[in-house]
Structure formats: structure tokens, C-alpha cells
Design a protein. Structure first.
Length: 254
């Protein structure tokens, strides 16, 4: 099947939208698809050939959260673009967190060999490492594909050339405000997350906003992130916490 001419996506503008603490991954998918529809209204006129989307994630692409994100994105795009959407998925293994050049080149060869001739229309990097990776290799891997990104930390960044995206502002302050109102006498806040790389990364993204809020409003309260542990070890720690400790569950991939 011949791929669609890339010129149909040339109207995608550079846009960088900030979303503060969205309620779910499905919400993020709907926002991203809305950005695409605003950028390319011509898709909606008549039935179209398949839109081919390559999603790049870091870690577990089979997680329930990512599944919801993908379902929401496909459903919204197919409804509003009046075209079938074919989604391909690839993930960067968590063991590559060190960004070893040999691993990066291995992934580059894999993506080029697998997708260079598939006529990919849109690349959707989810998270910082996939986004950074595609920024460096976009012209080599898929120069005709447009970029729609989902960022967890590029809140203040400038729009990327020929790309549109959503930055998720992770703000712990509203949660802490409610928790401290409900639990007077609190002196410690403990953030709970899983042991995977993405769990630890998300916990660290939440931490600065929590520190800032406590320093400005409740300097008598400290905040820490629970070190990586098994489920059984985490339960043991929680069972022995002092009564002046509030726990905040961040995420748990594993």
C-alpha cells in the first residue's frame, strides 16, 4: 500500500501547551489529539487513507496507563479525522537510562530498518528520553513525519520546530494543602512510588513543587521519597510510620 504524501501534514505548527495535573492519561490523549485537529483541519473533509502513527515510550508500553493513553488517542483521531489510525509502538528499555551510545545506535538501526519504508505520518514520543532521542535523530530516522510530543518536564521550554506538544506540569502543592488541612500536626511527608526507573523519575518530578510549597507555607514539615523497595518491604515501612507522617502515593509501575 502506497504511503500518503507527507505534504498533507505540512500545516502542523509549532505549539507547546501546558497542562497542570491532568486527571488521567486519557485526558492527555484527548488534549494531544485536539492539538493535531486544530493544526490540520483538512483531514476531516472526506474519508482518508490510514494515518500511520509511531508511539515511542520509555519503559513498560504494556502498562494500563499507556494503554488508556493509546486508546484515547486513536479513538479521538479516527472520529475527527474520518480515517483509520494505525498505531505502532516501540519502547526504550529502562536499562538504557545511562544513554550508552552503543545502545542508542542499536535503537537507531532498529527503528530505521523497521519504519523507514512504512510511511509513518506522525511520531508521538511520550516522556523526556523518547522526545530527546527523536529531536537528535528525527532527520535521520523519519524526516517526513511530524512530531506530536508529550513531555513531563519541558514546561517552560520553547515550541519545537515543526512539532506540537503537551507539557504536563506536575504540581504537588494542591495535594499537600488538602492533606495538611485534614491532618493537623503533620511533620513529615513521604512520597511513595515503585522501584522502576519511570517510578523514580516521576517521584523526582513531583518533589520540587512539594519542597517549594512546604518551605513557603509549612517550613516545619519535611518531605522525602521512599527509597526503592519491594511491595512487602514498602508495606512494612508504612506499618511503622509515626502518626505525624502523611503519605502521598505517586505511581507504581513495579
Amino acid at each position: 500500500m502506497a504511503s500518503r504524501p507527507p505534504s498533507r501534514f505540512l500545516r502542523l505548527p509549532s505549539r507547546h501547551t501546558i497542562c497542570r495535573n491532568p486527571s488521567s492519561w486519557l485526558c492527555c490523549a484527548l488534549l494531544l489529539s485536539t492539538l493535531l485537529l486544530v493544526a490540520a483541519p483538512a483531514f476531516c473533509a472526506d474519508p482518508q487513507p490510514p494515518v500511520k502513527v509511531l508511539m515511542l515510550v520509555y519503559g513498560d508500553k504494556d502498562s494500563p496507563a499507556f494503554a488508556l493513553f493509546q486508546i484515547g488517542l486513536r479513538t479521538r483521531m479516527e472520529q475527527d479525522l474520518n480515517a483509520p489510525v494505525w498505531i505502532y509502538e516501540e519502547s526504550f528499555d529502562e536499562g538504557w537510562l545511562g544513554h550508552d551510545p552503543s545502545y542508542e545506535h542499536t535503537m537507531e538501526r532498529f527503528l530505521r530498518d523497521k519504519y523507514a519504508k512504512r510511511g509513518i505520518d506522525i511520531v508521538v514520543p511520550v516522556g523526556e528520553y523518547p522526545l530527546q532521542y527523536m529531536q537528535k535523530r528525527r532527520k535521520i530516522l523519519l524526516p517526513e513525519a511530524k512530531l506530536i510530543y508529550f513531555s513531563l518536564s519541558n514546561v517552560a521550554g520553547q515550541p519545537l520546530p515543526q512539532a506540537t506538544g503537551l507539557a504536563w506540569r506536575l504540581d504537588l502543592a494542591p495535594t499537600l494543602e488538602v492533606a495538611l488541612q485534614q491532618n493537623p500536626g503533620t511533620h513529615h511527608v513521604l512520597l511513595i512510588a515503585g522501584a522502576t526507573a519511570i517510578d523514580r523519575a516521576l517521584a523526582q518530578l513531583f518533589l520540587p513543587s512539594g519542597l517549594k510549597y512546604l518551605q513557603e507555607r509549612h517550613n516545619e514539615v519535611d518531605i522525602q521519597v521512599l527509597s526503592p523497595r519491594t511491595v512487602a518491604e514498602t508495606r512494612s515501612v508504612l506499618a511503622t510510620l509515626s502518626q505525624d507522617t502523611v503519605t502521598v502515593f505517586i505511581c507504581y509501575y513495579g
